[in-house]
Ligand binder design. Structure first.
Ligand code: AMP
Ligand code: GLY
Length: 419
């Protein structure tokens, strides 16, 4: 098979790495890819949101399977366009992608279908939101409705901060059209877990659990980021919680999608808060999470391409999926200053030495190959990942690998994988 992977981050490097291990695959392309992906796939210079360009490439090169990493092409309806031309694609259509691309849509969907989530209300008018604000108590959560690259969620500790968040989104239009309406939401207290599931339209096959570290600094300090590290399994996701999530959240969601005539094929990501009153959904993502994918796919024993074929063919129920019992940790090495201003173009050294450590895989997120050097080209640069018999050992290996790698102003958290 010839496979095209769409995207350019750590998640896409991980997908390419796992797809490259499939016995079904003879050639992998990645659009646009990055410095590390280029070792395993042919990178083609087409942007991930250039749907027409991607479709033409897939048609011209007789691609047998296209795998979509990021949310933007999904929300633009890439899966619908490919399917219309009879092309096989892994990822939901535009309607299904709305579970991520519109928070108002996804909250309404959850309430309508009795899927546990935080209480909320949608507002278009800043004055109305401010008038009703106190009813939610503090802290309160303010969310831009649309896609905002993970930055559209503000946890306001008091009325003053909440009012400035409302103004930023609805009046100043900080997130552009993504902020044409907001969700004001009850603040949930608890422990988070990320549960990804393969979904074939009828059946869901949950993957092993994961947990990401969203804040920039140790002990969950600093700003929210796209993710500074992850572990699998999640620390607080016990058997009882698993059973509730699978029944009341995952299966109920898949049944509801089917009942609402939304044919959902791909990965559905459930951001879960485990509260005193049971697990609740914080958000859906309609794709693999990043950096959860790095730790989850390290633990996947089975052939990913076989599973993706079963998803597309609606045969997931008969598909065996095996996981390793070992535990995985990944630590993001970021450019100093991320998630705010940072510089790019620094040479990365020591990658070969780090990769020689048993159990370690270094996935590239924001890197570029310039002649024969690998240089930094983004905020999150590398996702240094390790698998071992327990977290302590996996963490030790990941940080040993980080010690071997160097680039100017590198920043990473030192507490990933500690409870
Ligand atoms: P989201 O993009 O909706 O997952 O929000 C990003 C992060 O904000 C989540 O991973 C949580 O850490 C936090 N968050 C979102 N909604 C809530 C909520 N209702 N209560 C507490 N924290 C939340
Ligand atoms: N790690 C969270 C996300 O992928 O959105």
């Amino acid at each position: 098979m010839k496979v095209l992977v769409v995207g350019s981050g750590g998640r896409e490097h991980t997908l390419v790495w796992k797809i490259a291990q499939s016995k079904l695959v003879e050639k992998i392309y990645c659009a646009p890819g990055n410095g590390g992906i280029g070792e395993l796939a042919e990178c083609v210079d087409i942007a991930a949101d250039d749907i027409k360009g991607l479709l033409n490439f897939a048609l011209d090169n007789s691609i047998d399977l296209t795998v979509v990493g990021p949310e933007v092409p999904l929300s633009l309806g890439i899966a619908d366009c490919f399917e219309e031309k009879g092309m096989r694609i892994f990822g939901p259509g535009g309607k299904g992608a709305m579970l991520e691309s519109s928070k108002a849509f996804s909250k309404d969907f959850m309430i309508r279908n009795k899927i546990p989530t935080a209480a909320y209300k949608v507002y278009y008018e800043p004055e109305e939101a401010k008038f009703e604000l106190d009813g939610f108590g503090y802290p309160v959560v303010i969310k831009a409705d649309g896609l905002a690259a993970g930055k559209g969620v503000i946890i306001a500790q008091n009325r003053e901060d909440a009012i400035s968040a409302i103004d930023d989104i609805l009046t100043v239009k900080k997130f552009g059209d993504a902020g044409s309406r907001i969700i004001v939401e009850e603040f949930l207290v608890g422990k988070e877990a990320s549960i990804l599931a393969f979904v074939d339209g009828k059946v869901a096959a949950p993957m092993v659990s994961a947990q990401d570290y969203k804040r920039a600094l140790d002990n969950d300090g600093g700003l929210n980021t796209g993710g500074m590290g992850a572990v699998s399994p999640a620390f607080y996701y016990d058997d009882k919680t698993t059973a509730i999530v699978e029944r009341d959240i995952i299966q109920r969601t898949v049944d509801a999608l089917k009942a609402e005539d939304i044919c959902y094929k791909g990965v559905l990501y459930f951001g879960i808060m485990i509260t005193e009153k049971g697990p609740k959904v914080l958000e859906y993502n309609t794709r693999f999470g990043d950096p959860e994918t790095e730790v989850v796919l390290l633990r996947l024993e089975s052939d990913l391409v076989e599973i993706m074929n079963s998803v597309i063919d609606g045969k997931l129920g008969a598909q065996k999926i095996q996981w390793k019992v070992e535990q995985a940790v990944c630590v993001v090495m970021a450019s100093g200053g991320y998630p705010e201003h940072y510089e790019k173009g620094y040479e990365i050294k020591g990658l070969d030495k780090a990769a020689k450590i048993d159990g370690v895989t270094v996935f590239h997120a924001g890197t570029k190959k310039v002649s024969d050097r690998i240089v930094t080209s983004g905020g999150r640069v590398l996702v240094v990942s390790a698998i071992a018999k327990d977290f302590n050992l996996a963490r030790e290996k990941a940080y040993k690998a980080i010690g071997d790698i160097g680039f100017e102003k590198a920043h990473y958290r030192r507490d990933i994988g500690r409870m």
